[in-house]
Design a protein around this ligand. Structure first.
Ligand code: MEV
Length: 424
């Protein structure tokens, strides 16, 4: 019998760190070694770090948290998140709890197709070059696929080719798009290798000159979609209306849309960091996609259905992998993937879309009601207390006192800490 484990954990935030870790261990069937690795500091050894990037002098740590309560496509997930900002993990868990009342979050995704761009210049007749390239499509795809038999064996590889002519201030350019199914990888290595491999042949058949051969981070062939319904009885009609107003503000104003999307990326980037994925590629893809109409737009939509319930929708590129790069070399990223229990990059991408939608809902819910500062400040106060030198149980004492006094500043924290210590 398969035991279905629930991610719904009331009061997870009130548990001690070891109680939380025990829950995660049971939920994800972690081994004792994996648990020890999570709780140990300095788990990314300097030696390993030295192999990941250049000029290493050490490692740099960030908090690693777990968002609970997620129900995605009818399955319970707990979400590893790495982030420095207070409130994000709590907000995601809270939003996921509320979203369960409408059946959770439902997701879908396209095939994991990434685009490799090849920039061809110095052609006298761009349309002739386009014809020459398209008529040799099979040969070009074959050349590309010879570079990655493993990917091809897994059902991936270069699948198609498109040619665009763009006008630049220094003349027309022929841009070849190699469409590569990268399966469970983020895909940059495979795509860049293939783009470099086919470039000489493209030069040969067109007589032009190739300069750039590189992946496009506007991954608009690798899209995730997430949907949720939040019953009006759960959050109240006022909030349904407030969130819809918040969405239309973002849809009508790029200044607001940028912040709206930043809230979505809070969740997505945190999961990307936890799983060793490339956060810059995700950010670049998300914001370029938000701007694809020529005007910067929110990545999510909020509307009301015929019953007055709140409907949330998110659509965006999600170029993430579960093989290769830091997803495998960073030991904690491997554990994060195990905690998620994902079997494919598409599943990870869909979860990240769901987290983005939940994070967005949490932000809009707070913004359309009491505002974000109260909750935020409580957590921020702890950071200030630590900066002021508080340790152990002093941290919560100093933080609570600052919140009570509604003054969350480092000088105040130092003063409270001094008084606290003098009373001991
Ligand atoms: C803060 O990190 C994120 C928010 O600003 C997002 C938003 O305004 O929607 C709260």
């Amino acid at each position: 019998m398969i035991l279905v484990k629930s991610s719904r954990v009331p009061g997870f935030y009130k548990m001690s760190i070891s109680e939380r870790l025990q829950f995660v261990k049971d939920f994800a069937d972690l081994t004792d070694d994996e648990v020890a690795l999570i709780s140990k500091c300095g788990r990314l050894s300097v030696d390993l770090a030295d192999k990941m990037i250049e000029n290493v002098i050490g490692t740099f740590e960030l908090p690693f948290g777990i968002a609970v309560n997620f129900l995605i496509n009818g399955r319970d997930y707990i979400i590893p998140m790495v982030i420095e900002e207070p409130s994000v993990v709590a907000a995601a868990s809270n939003a996921a709890r509320i979203m369960r009342d409408g059946g959770g979050i439902f997701t879908s995704s396209t095939q994991p197709i990434m685009i490799g761009q090849i920039q061809l210049v110095n052609v006298v007749s761009p349309y002739k070059a386009m014809f020459q390239i398209l008529s040799r499509k099979d040969e070009i795809l074959k050349l590309a696929n010879e570079k990655d038999p493993i990917l091809v064996g897994l059902g991936g590889g270069a699948k198609d080719l498109e040619v665009r002519i763009i006008q630049s201030p220094i003349g027309p350019m022929v841009i070849v798009h190699l469409l590569v199914d990268v399966r469970d990888a983020m895909g940059a290595n495979a795509v860049n290798t293939m783009a470099e491999a086919v470039a000489p042949y493209i030069e040969k058949i067109t007589g032009g000159k190739v300069y750039l051969r590189i992946i496009s981070n506007l991954a608009d062939r690798r899209i995730v979609r997430a949907y949720c319904r939040i019953p009006k009885d759960v959050i109240g009609e006022d909030l349904v209306e407030g969130i819809i107003y918040a969405y239309h503000f973002a849809a009508s104003d790029p200044y607001r849309a940028a912040t709206h999307n930043k809230g979505i990326m809070n969740g997505i980037v945190a999961v990307a960091l936890a799983t060793g994925n490339d956060t810059r590629a995700l950010e670049a893809g998300a914001h370029a996609y938000a701007c694809r109409s020529g005007i910067y737009k929110p990545l999510s939509v909020w509307e009301m259905d015929e019953n007055g319930d709140l409907i949330g929708w998110l659509e965006m590129p999600m170029a993430v992998g579960i093989v290769g790069g830091a997803t495998r070399s960073n030991p904690l990223a491997k554990i994060s993937l195990k905690i998620l229990g994902v079997k494919s990059a598409s599943e990870l991408a869909e979860i990240m879309g769901a987290v983005g939608l939940a994070q967005n809902f949490a932000a809009l819910r707070a913004l359309a009601s009491e505002g974000i500062q109260r909750g935020h400040m409580k957590l921020h106060a702890r950071n200030i207390a630590i900066m002021a030198g508080a340790v152990g149980d002093e941290i919560d004492k100093v933080a609570s006192e600052m919140v009570r006094l509604q003054t969350i500043r480092i000088d105040k924290a130092k003063e409270i800490l001094m008084n606290l210590r003098s009373r001991k």
